[in-house]
Design a protein around this ligand. Structure first.
Ligand SMILES: [Zn+2]
Ligand SMILES: [Zn+2]
Length: 356
């Protein structure tokens, strides 16, 4: 039988584990093995698989070595086969229709800030999911715990993204962006000139989440009125469950698992401002966020808001979490044409640009 690509199989397993929210150490085992093998000539990998010395390599264990041997023998690794067999979509028709309509993701992180993987890996996973674009939205400078990007680092990232884009398959593009902190006075935590240059700007509140109602409302209204802000990220800041099992280490900013209530603000005023300034409201798909709650999604829908169904992925497998957001959006009756990431990259970028 013709040998399979063992590195691709290891990466696929890591992706599926991550998507299923499995423990990080397990995901990491497959990613490290893929990395170790990628650094070797193919002949050496085959030879080591033959004489059983793969496990002598740093990063390769018994389980991953078995997968490699099976791949090289031309079989789909048993581990992979089992994962593929147990995955599957439990979405109903409305949620599936919404998921299928999504052409990209407007909120993703890389290891430039607090994500766990390089930009290239995130992009490849987005390609595999069938996306046409992924907006890269690493954090802004004030969010030091998340290694927020200074203006200089963001400029460097823009150059890097241009290079990565040149090497990616045609029909897919990384769009430039940021998850910019909404500061205490409602201003945005990045240079004006840079915000203007980015394709899409997501703005979120990450500090002072317990601000009292009038202060928080004013803060959010100021941000929404900022012509650079395109999408209002996870607007209530709530954490409904402790972090998912798969998210520890670099992806979770080193915080302890905890829950958190919603920030207090005048949602009707904020959503009305979103309509007035043509700012989209994010439906954040992360299982521990589920933000905004459904009652607020319905209020935003009635107000006439646009939405973005985003993953806020900090690792490649999490890019598939959009289905959770679709499920909640579908329950609230959000139609596909009100969701900005059902639009083409061109349409999305024009919309975001017009508004600045
Ligand atoms: Zn955030
Ligand atoms: Zn984020």
């Amino acid at each position: 039988m013709k040998a399979r690509d063992p590195i691709a199989d290891l990466r696929r397993i890591a992706f599926l584990l991550e998507r299923a929210n499995e423990a990080t150490y397990r995901v990491r085992a497959f990613r490290s093995a893929a990395k170790a093998l990628a650094g070797l000539p193919a002949a050496e990998v085959t030879e080591r698989a033959g004489n059983g010395t793969l496990t002598k390599l740093a990063g390769v264990g018994d389980v991953t070595a078995r997968c490699v041997a099976e791949s090289l023998a031309g079989e789909e690794p048993v581990y992979l086969r089992r994962l593929v067999a147990t995955e599957g979509s439990d979405l109903d028709a409305e949620a599936t229709a919404l998921r299928v309509a999504l052409r990209g993701d407007c909120h993703t992180h890389s290891d430039w800030s607090d994500g766990g993987s390089p930009i290239e890996e995130m992009a490849l996973a987005a390609v595999e999911l069938g996306h046409e674009y992924m907006v890269l939205t690493d954090h802004s400078p004030r969010l030091k715990v998340a290694r927020g990007l200074t203006a200089d680092r963001l400029r460097r990232q823009l150059d890097h993204v241009a290079q990565v884009n040149a090497a990616l398959p045609e029909g897919f593009r990384i769009l430039t962006g940021i998850e910019v902190d909404i500061l205490a006075d409602g201003s945005l935590d990045q240079d004006e000139e840079l915000l203007a240059r980015l394709d899409v700007v997501v703005g979120s509140v990450h500090s002072g989440l317990n601000d009292e109602r009038t202060k928080m409302t004013r803060r959010m209204l100021t941000a929404v009125a900022n012509p650079h802000l395109d999408i209002l990220g996870h607007c209530t800041g709530r954490m409904v469950s402790s972090r998912p099992a798969g998210v520890t280490g670099p992806g979770d900013r080193g915080h302890r698992a905890r829950t958190r209530g919603e920030s207090d603000f005048d949602a009707d005023a904020v959503f009305a401002a979103c309509v007035e300034h043509d700012t989209a409201v994010e439906i954040n798909s992360r299982p521990e966020r589920q933000d905004p709650p459904k009652r607020l999604i319905r209020r935003a829908l009635e107000a006439g808001c646009l939405f973005a169904i985003n993953t806020d992925a900090h690792a490649p497998g999490q890019l598939d979490w959009q289905r959770f957001g679709c499920e909640r959006a579908a329950r609230c009756g959000v139609p596909a044409d009100r969701v900005v990431n059902t639009w083409s990259a061109k349409h999305l970028v024009e919309w975001a640009g017009d508004r600045s």
